[in-house]
Design a protein around this ligand. Structure first.
Ligand code: PEP
Ligand code: MN
Length: 337
């Protein structure tokens, strides 16, 4: 339920409404505009208190959010949310390009890749230190050492970083070294993890699960936001379908559908989405054309030696060529890179 207060309501009047919301056991979400204050009263069956609030002098009108996700919905907030990750704004006119290896393997490879992608125009460096691998016998990531390398890359290149946390205790650890905490496809419905990511304030890159509906993805974002962290970036990364010619089926339908349903930024990961190096560029361009606010791409200087996801990693020169094309394309759809 959204309470719009009368324009020019005093702080005392706003506080009175907040106090009442809390008294009924709800958490108020306050957005103070220049003139008008809007208070979200989020929680189950908030509408049963509608009459009580309507009777308050300072309340101008009340509207209900029909969707099961509330804070994430466009009904709650009309304007696009712009997430600020160490100075990089995601969700505005500029399409934000994040790139780097699937996993942090060595300090040297990380730095070499970061320099190459920065040179080509990437503004955020990606790389996993905790890797959710399908097989327990494959490279699992360097752990905290990998995070230290990421911090080192940032120091040397100036690029903010994004890396995955797989457990609740890794949230603070990744947050200590990196600028964006990634929650991967396999953990999109790990509700304890989502809540933990919601308790801190670093931006969260929330990837859609391979069997998650758009509504479920938004409800997962709601978990994070319900804890007070509104810095959520949604990421389409491909879903499982009957098609086995590609690694996943990149669901670009999700981009316009999400952009309508939510004010949160939407980025796309074409690398995992198609899983085939040769075709990543086509899907990256399609993602920008579809309205994505950013891309996250895997790049490796020697993909044949990569410890994970080599077959879908672009070579630095392929990435540089793609960036040139993306710049032209972004201009054609009213964006820039
Ligand atoms: C990754 O970004 O390397 C990754 C593991 O992604 P996802 O969770 O989408 O599979
Ligand atoms: Mn990967």
């Amino acid at each position: 339920m959204i309470l719009t207060l009368k324009s020019g309501s005093s702080k005392k009047e706003v506080d009175r409404v907040i106090k009442k919301i809390k008294k009924f056991g709800y958490r108020p979400h306050v957005s103070r505009g220049v003139d008008v204050t809007i208070i979200g009263m989020i929680g189950e069956r908030a509408e049963r208190y509608r009459d009580t609030f309507e009777a308050m002098e300072s309340v101008d009108h009340i509207s209900e959010i029909e969707k099961p996700y509330k804070l994430a919905s466009r009904e709650f907030k009309k304007e696009n949310t712009i997430v600020n990750a160490a100075g990089i704004k995601i969700g505005g006119k500029t399409v934000v390009i994040m790139a780097g290896p699937c996993a942090i393997e060595t300090r040297e490879i990380a730095l070499e890749t970061a320099r190459a992608v920065r040179e080509a125009g990437a503004v955020i460096f990606r790389g996993g230190a905790f890797k959710p691998r399908s097989s327990p016998y494959t490279f699992q990531g360097l752990g905290e050492k990998g995070l230290r390398y990421l911090a080192d890359v940032k120091k040397r290149t100036g690029l903010p970083t994004v890396s995955e946390a797989m457990t609740t205790s890794q949230v603070a650890l990744v947050g200590k070294y990196c600028d964006i905490i990634q929650i991967g496809a396999r953990n999109v419905q790990n509700y304890d993890l989502l809540k933990e990511a919601g308790k801190q304030r670093k931006p969260v890159l929330l990837k859609r699960g391979m069997a998650t509906t758009i509504k479920e993805l938004l409800l997962s974002a709601e978990y994070i936001m319900s804890q007070g962290n509104y810095n959520v970036i949604l990421c389409e990364r491909g879903i499982r379908t009957f098609e086995d010619a590609t690694r996943f089926t990149l669901d670009l339908n999700a981009v316009p559908v999400l952009k309508k349903a939510t004010h949160l930024p939407v980025v796309v990961d074409p690398s995992h989405g198609i899983g085939i190096r040769e075709h990543v560029a086509a899907m990256a361009k399609a993602s920008v054309a579809a309205g994505a606010d950013g891309l996250i791409l895997e790049v490796h200087p020697r993909p044949e030696e990569a410890l994970s996801d080599g077959p879908q990693s672009l070579l630095p020169e392929q990435f540089a060529k793609l960036m040139q094309e993306l710049k032209v394309l972004a201009g054609a759809v009213g964006r820039n890179i």
